[in-house]
Design a protein around this ligand. Structure first.
Ligand SMILES: [Zn+2]
Length: 356
């Protein structure tokens, strides 16, 4: 029975305690409501004064400004975050460093050391001013080297021209069986050509009639073939030559168009001579077997000699003064450049001394 009594007493005690706590809570709530009423009244009364309204407005403006500034700052820092995380920069620097490592490991010969030396010498080397020093390290793609076409290099000396002519004379054949130009300085290189403010770069083989073949002087390969040349009328040709007069020199492409139908044969690099090229100009027509890239044998017909590209052809006369204009170039310079008329004549006489 005692446990039952004590249990009942415990239930009663719990009930009293709960009731008392409810009463206490009610008193607390009442006190809180009273406190809130009290302060609300004070606030409302103080709101009636303009100072508080102004201060609240100032606080609100300051709050808005603070939000805007904080957002702007957070956006800037978010932009910086990917860059400062070094993701992309690491990706860029790793490829540049990794190719250099195999080079370093492969050998210690000149090719690997040269790329290394260039960035290392960037800070103090003025010769590297053409290279972008910063990008050179980051950009794995090499900068293309500029292409230069050297047309005005130092001409050969008379002795060098003679030696080259002698070496080529062993294999060369006459490009035309028409009149020999050798006794006539005006038909040889370096003769003035006043109508185009230039000098003659080739040899003219005068034929006096149509139907004569031009033949390849050496073995080679056709590199340029113009067989459908359409002569301009005389007035338009003169307009081109007016530019030459203003320049006091024949522009290179004007010189090309004055060739009319023409063929250029590349003879490759001839030992102890250099890169040899021959040109066959003023052709009436090009032989159908002459095609760009095709091999050409010495003595093989290149085309029929005519006068295309000349003043007569510009007037529609394709029969006056047919002749082969022939040039021989060594390393982008016509043979005999810069020589006197007498020297030029002797060089070309040497060139054809053994020609068949
Ligand atoms: Zn000529």
């Amino acid at each position: 029975m005692k446990p039952l009594r004590s249990a009942a007493a415990a239930v009663r005690w719990c009930g009293r305690t709960f009731a008392q706590s409810l009463k206490g809570l009610g008193r607390g709530v009442k006190a809180a409501i009273g406190w809130l009423r009290k302060w609300a009244g004070k606030i409302l009364s103080s709101l009636k004064s303009g100072r508080v309204l102004l201060s609240i407005a100032a606080l609100a403006v300051a709050f808005v400004i603070g939000i805007v500034v904080s957002q702007a700052w957070s956006s800037d820092s978010s932009d910086d975050t990917p860059a400062s995380s070094a993701g992309p920069s690491d990706a860029e620097t790793e490829p540049t460093s990794s190719p250099s490592e195999p080079d370093d490991e492969s050998s210690s010969t000149d090719p690997p050391t040269t790329p290394e030396a260039t960035p290392a010498s960037d800070p103090g080397d003025r010769s590297s001013a053409n290279y972008p020093p910063d990008n050179a390290d980051a950009d794995p793609v090499p900068t293309p080297a500029p292409v230069f076409v050297v047309l005005d290099q130092q001409p050969q000396s008379y002795q060098e021209a003679l030696e080259d002519a002698a070496r080529l004379s062993r294999d060369i054949v006459w490009p035309s069986a028409c009149m020999s130009p050798l006794p006539h300085p005006d038909l040889l290189p370096n003769a003035p050509r006043t109508y185009r403010s230039g000098i003659h770069q080739g040899v003219d083989f005068r034929c006096f009639a149509r139907g004569h073949p031009a033949v390849a002087a050496l073995d080679g390969r056709a590199v340029l073939v113009v067989g459908n040349y359409d002569d301009p009328d005389s007035d338009k040709r003169d307009l081109l030559l007016d530019v030459a007069a203003q320049l006091e020199a024949t522009p290179p492409y004007t010189l090309l168009t004055l060739y009319g139908n023409h063929v250029v044969i590349d003879h490759g690099v001839v030992p102890d001579v250099g890169h040899v090229v021959t040109i066959y100009a003023h052709l009436e027509s090009v032989d159908p077997d002459i095609r760009v890239g095709e091999a050409v044998q010495a003595g093989q017909t290149v085309g029929e000699i005519g006068n295309r590209g000349t003043h007569a052809a510009a007037n529609g006369d394709f029969y006056t003064d047919p002749h082969l204009h022939w040039e021989l170039h060594i390393d982008n310079q016509y043979l005999g450049a810069g020589l006197t008329a007498a020297e030029t004549r002797f060089v070309y006489t040497t060139l054809f001394a053994e020609a068949s």
